[in-house]
Design a protein around this ligand. Structure first.
Ligand SMILES: Cc1cc2nc3c(=O)[nH]c(=O)nc-3n(C[C@H](O)[C@H](O)[C@H](O)COP(=O)(O)OP(=O)(O)OC[C@H]3O[C@@H](n4cnc5c(N)ncnc54)[C@H](O)[C@@H]3O)c2cc1C
Length: 494
């Protein structure tokens, strides 16, 4: 008789857990997946999907307002917020039905269990069902994929007001008149645009001097300018002193340069970071090490216990769905097939903030490269030179590629502008497969696709490598009589 009931137990059924359990079953492991709430996790229910759906509703509202620029009759959109939120909910359910519901995984041979899991010992978990049922199961291997939740700092008075987080935001039925968002990271920034477009007044408060601290300063500046034009207000370099309810209003007292002021609103969204879901897992008792609440893993997603792995937001690393998925593949493969060489891709981490304009990045940032003393060139290409952007009236934007001067090896790329996330995907493919700037520049892209912008950005490598002496050499060899072009302008793009 087998020593353990299962070969693999995956705790958590979000982006990481679903991938890990599916892969484990595909490897022939007897697999259980335990989920405390609903399969799909943050991404489907309280993260990517509802936020992108809400952003789209806001985008359509703005297109109605801006229709005049395309020669159409513009106007103030009639927004039925309750219906917008119903639509958001329908889309979540569609995604769940399509990809996350238990039957899909049960058909793969996985036992899907609803309940909250905690370790009893390092080979056994206890699962408490919602109705109070209890079950103990043992397994040879485990993958912890319990994700993260909103981190809310200790602010005096905050507990006395009804504030929102991403867990409650998509359940509201009434459009806030004046929304205060504390936190100018990706979640706060996306939601500031969605709500301002839907008709709320929005103020973003952050203690940092600029929003989107992990992104390229220049590109963030372009995004912020656009968001300000659209109506988002900022209180930066501002530390929140206290929060108070005053009748129907919420007052947030901030201090900047020693001066206090009160920001008033009728709703408050806390977008102040994420905190790993490890507290109820009893990890201390089984000796799995954590740091600041995050499960510590090595490059193979293994914890300090050789049969326990972790993937996704619970590790505190790159909290994105695609990275959770990537880590889950590594965790399941390494846990079950041990010798397959796989490790977390650190050189091509990518992310996109789905505002308009989008802000996207892959690979090393300019700052990381400078800190590492790397020699590289910055190849820049503005959206105003992309014909498709002109045709669609989306000329605000800039692509920056960081690459080696001679070989054209791409180290990183970052872009702000329409469809920037798609540009970045092409550069992600290039970085992963060693395709150089030349490789992209020499690839035919259809005209006038957005993708052609990615190629034209790569053309910059050819352009910047042109020099007077090479033209003089050509002239001398072939006897040509034309002028030597002026290559002195460092910003030339043709
Ligand atoms: C507003 C918002 C927008 C976002 N937008 C994007 C985006 O556009 N692109 C992107 O890449 N990422 C985005 N993210 C991040 C993305 O949602 C997460 O990175 C991703 O969902 C993490 O997946 P996960 O499987 O690690 O965790 P989760 O999806 O959180 O899944 C963990 C699951 O474990 C369950 N669980 C927890 N504890 C237990 C327990 N003890 N027993 C059993 N089950 C348990 C939870 O109920 C949950 O279902 C966004 C996040 C937010 C909040």
């Amino acid at each position: 008789m087998a020593k353990y009931e299962f070969d693999m137990i995956v705790i958590g059924g979000g982006a990481a857990g679903l991938t890990a359990a599916g892969l484990a079953a595909n490897f022939g492991a007897k697999t259980m997946m335990v989920e405390a709430e609903k399969l799909g996790g943050d991404c489907t229910w309280t993260g990517c999907i509802p936020s992108k759906t809400l952003l789209k509703a806001g985008k359509v509202a703005r297109q109605i307002r801006d229709a005049g620029k395309y020669g159409l009759i513009d106007g103030e959109p009639n927004i039925d917020f309750k219906k917008v939120m119903q639509h958001v909910d329908e889309v979540r359910k569609e995604v769940y039905e399509d990809a996350d519901r238990p039957e899909i995984f049960e058909d793969m041979g996985i036992e899907v269990v609803h309940g909250k899991a905690a370790f009893e010992d390092d080979r056994t978990i206890r699962i408490i069902g919602k109705e109070g049922s209890e079950r103990k199961v043992s397994s040879k291997k485990f993958i912890i994929a319990t994700g993260a939740k909103a981190f809310v700092p200790n602010i005096p008075g905050l507990d006395e007001v009804e504030y929102l987080t991403n867990e409650s935001l998509f359940e509201i039925e009434k459009l806030p008149r004046e929304l205060i968002i504390i936190g100018g990271g990706p979640i706060g920034t996306e939601m500031s645009q969605a709500f301002v477009n839907l008709g709320s007044k929005v103020t973003v408060v952050d203690m940092a001097p600029q929003i989107m601290g992990n992104d390229d300063r220049e590109l963030v500046g372009i995004l912020r300018e656009e968001l300000e034009k659209q109506g988002v207000k900022y209180e930066l370099n501002a530390s929140v002193q206290k929060v108070e309810r005053n009748g129907t209003e919420i007052h947030v007292q901030v201090e900047r340069d020693g001066v206090s002021r009160i920001i008033k609103g009728d709703a408050l969204l806390m977008a102040t970071g994420r905190k790993a879901n490890t507290s109820g897992l009893n990890l201390e008792a089984v000796g799995v090490k954590t740091e600041n609440g995050n499960v510590i893993v090595n490059e193979s997603c293994r914890t300090n216990k050789s049969h326990i792995y972790a993937a996704g937001d619970v590790t505190g690393r790159y909290q994105f769905t695609h990275m959770s998925d990537h880590m889950a593949k590594i965790a399941a493969t390494k846990a079950l097939l041990k010798f397959v060489p796989m490790k977390i891709e650190k050189n091509m981490v990518s992310w996109v903030t789905f505002t308009e304009p989008e802000l996207a990045h892959v690979g090393k940032t300019e700052q990381q490269l400078r800190d590492a003393g790397e020699k590289f060139e910055v190849y820049r290409f503005p959206y105003s030179k992309i014909d498709r952007a002109l045709a669609e009236g989306e000329t605000i934007g800039l692509v920056k590629i960081f690459a080696k001067k001679l070989s054209g090896k791409i180290l990183g790329a970052t872009a702000v502008g329409a469809h920037a996330g798609e540009f970045i995907s092409e550069y992600a493919l290039a970085i992963k497969n060693g395709v150089s700037m030349r490789g992209i520049a020499d690839t035919i892209h259809p005209y006038p696709s957005w993708g052609l912008g990615a190629r034209r950005a790569a053309d910059q490598w050819y352009i910047k490598n042109q020099s007077e002496w090479s033209v003089k050499l050509i002239k001398a060899v072939f006897g040509y009589r034309g002028e030597v072009p002026d290559f002195s302008d460092p910003d030339r793009i043709v």
